[in-house]
Design a protein around this ligand. Sequence first.
Ligand code: GDP
Ligand code: GDP
Length: 454
Amino acid sequence: IESELADLTADEPEEEEPDAGPLPIVAVVGRPNVGKSTLVNRIIGRREAVVEDVPGVTRDRVTYEANWRGRRFTLVDTGGWDPEATGMALKIAEQAQIAAELADVILFVVDASVGITDADEAVGAVLRRSGKPVVLTANKVDNQLQELEANELWALGLGEPQPVSALHGRSSGDLLDVVLNALPETPPVVFGAARGPRRVALLGKPNVGKSSLLNKVAGEERVLVDPMAGTTRDPVDELIQLGGKPWRFIDTAGIRRRDRELKGADFYAAMRTRSALERAEVAIVLIDASDVLTEQDLRIISLAIESGRAMVVAFNKWDLVDEDRRYYLEKEIERQLVRTPWALRVNISALTGRHVDKLVPALELAIDSWGTRVPTARLNQFLTELVQATPPPVRGGKQPKILFATQASTEPPKFVLFTSGFLEETYRRFIERRLREEFGFAGSPIEVTMRIRE
Ligand code: GDP
Ligand code: GDP
């Protein structure tokens, strides 16, 4: 990684408050030479990033923290990704696609003195489809006369072009006002109770003990039947007080219903499982510890993994497990859960109530992990050190570099590595393992993907 990462991280504040939420991302896109870097420099008020007259000059610095009228945001300069001339329109459209996925607002820069080119059209098409707010910037409008040229850009179908001169600063304040208006409202910090009860899907094959567990936790604590989510006849969710907090158990009607052993119940059950997962934040997958792990158990675990939800695997009927069996069971569990070493595990008995109280801390930890955001500065610092200690394997005589990384989302945490070459699957897994060691994520899936800048 070398020094690029270290440089990038210098643009971030030393510490972000963990709960302050991420800064909104504004990505600057456009074909080479339209003035993206000049504009970025203008916005961040610095002259240090290289501005070259050569189109497509490679720059590695890409994110900056910017501030306008007290509102902070992250500015991403995609200028550094400008590829060589071959297949340029396509490459730039791809770049716009990435920006559209990552950014909250896209600043699309067009050179008004040149007018709309094929590459501009291609970017415009991607951005129109993205549904993200786009601020269309007509750059190189150095004087009033040229404002007429800017009007031509209405043809891109992206609304009103904002005429600016990045070079001279003309109207750049107006442009930033428009950007600020397009930024999403900073969401209030909503965690835990403020967002309403946390949502749990209780899953497991028939007879594993779902109703028993539900009765146990609901029986011991206060149950609130909550009919609003379902039909009046058949309440779908139940609010159950656990560890002093209400939890929304999704689709308990399906759990309590007895018609599930009917024919075709498998298909029906899978559908219910999927839709419960969709509405849940965390899944409890119940497994019968007194029996062997079946295909059906593994299918349910797979559904939970695919859903991207946090997960707690509860081995039920632990009262039936004797000392002898325990050893073999541990081995078996290890083998079967090899795909999800991150899942939290509890051994319980819905019948006796043994260790049922351990469910709550496990659920809380899993949900916390699921919502964790690693500040960009810390993430890049960590990766710099990691890559220094263990560089990615050389491919085709070239050492791929990680230019920078960002956490694109939470719930579940997803990381994007911007690289100069292909990172082997094993190396990405290694990064994932180290991310887990460093930042936790117990009980939550995480995703590490790369974007190759060629
Ligand atoms: P990028 O490839 O899109 O990042 O473009 P650059 O920022 O490197 O700018 C390309 C060229 O356009 C440079 O020579 C800049 O000085 C010039 N340029 C940028 N903005 C303006 C502007 O507003 N007016 C004029 N006249 N030239 C500009
Ligand atoms: P569901 O189909 O997943 O809702 O499973 P049920 O809650 O109906 O339980 C199926 C059977 O397993 C019932 O006979 C329960 O009494 C029994 N059972 C559930 N949990 C436990 C447990 O922890 N220990 C033992 N020994 N039996 C249990």
